[in-house]
Ligand binder design. Structure first.
Ligand SMILES: *[C@@H]1O[C@H](CO)[C@@H](O)[C@H](O)[C@H]1NC(C)=O
Length: 153
C-alpha cells in the first residue's frame, strides 16, 4: 500500500515538474517546450515568440573569455566556444571545466525563452587544454598514415 502510494506520488511530482517546465511565469502553456508536440510545431511556436535580438543572440558563438552567466541570460547567446587555449583558469581541472560550462548553461536556461546553449571546444590530442589530461599521440598516427600513403603512391 505504502509502495503504491509512493509510486503515485512520484508520478504526480513528475507530472507537476513536467508541467512547470512547459509554462512560463504567467502560467501560459509553451508549446515549444512540450516534447509531445511535433518538432515543426515546436519550432514554429518558438520562432514566433523570439525577438530580433534573441534571434541574433542565438546565431552568436562567443568565446568563453568574454561571456558570463549574466551575458548568456541577457543576450540569449546560442553558443559558447573555448577557442584554442581558452581555458577557465590556469591549470583548470576537469571539475573546473564542468563548472564553467554548467554556469554558462544555467545562464542560457534562465534567459527569457530558456533556450539551452551549445558548447564548443577547440582541442586536440583528446582534450589537450585540461591540466594533466591524457594526451593522445594522434599526430604520430597521422604522420605514419601520411608516410605509408607517400610510399604507396
Ligand atoms: C543584464 O540585465 C540586467 C537587468 O536588466 C542588468 O541590470 C545587467 O546590467 C545586465 N548585464 C549585462 C552584462 O548585460
Amino acid at each position: 500500500m505504502a509502495k503504491r502510494f509512493s509510486i503515485a506520488l512520484v508520478g504526480l511530482l513528475f507530472l507537476c515538474c513536467s508541467w512547470t517546465v512547459m509554462v512560463n511565469a504567467e502560467g501560459e502553456y509553451l508549446k515549444y517546450k512540450d516534447p509531445k508536440q511535433p518538432i515543426n510545431a515546436r519550432i514554429r511556436d518558438l520562432m514566433k515568440r523570439m525577438t530580433l535580438a534573441e534571434k541574433i543572440g542565438q546565431m552568436v558563438q562567443a568565446d568563453r573569455s568574454v561571456v558570463s552567466r549574466e551575458i548568456m541570460r541577457n543576450y540569449s547567446l546560442g553558443s559558447v566556444l573555448s577557442g584554442g587555449g581558452s581555458e577557465p583558469l590556469p591549470h583548470a581541472t576537469p571539475q573546473d571545466w564542468i563548472n564553467m560550462v554548467n554556469d554558462f548553461q544555467e545562464g542560457a536556461i534562465s534567459s527569457r525563452l530558456g533556450i539551452p546553449m551549445l558548447y564548443g571546444i577547440d582541442a586536440v590530442h583528446g582534450h589537450n587544454n585540461v591540466y594533466k589530461a591524457t594526451i593522445f599521440p594522434h599526430n604520430v598516427g597521422l604522420g605514419a598514415t601520411s608516410i605509408a600513403f607517400t610510399v604507396l603512391v
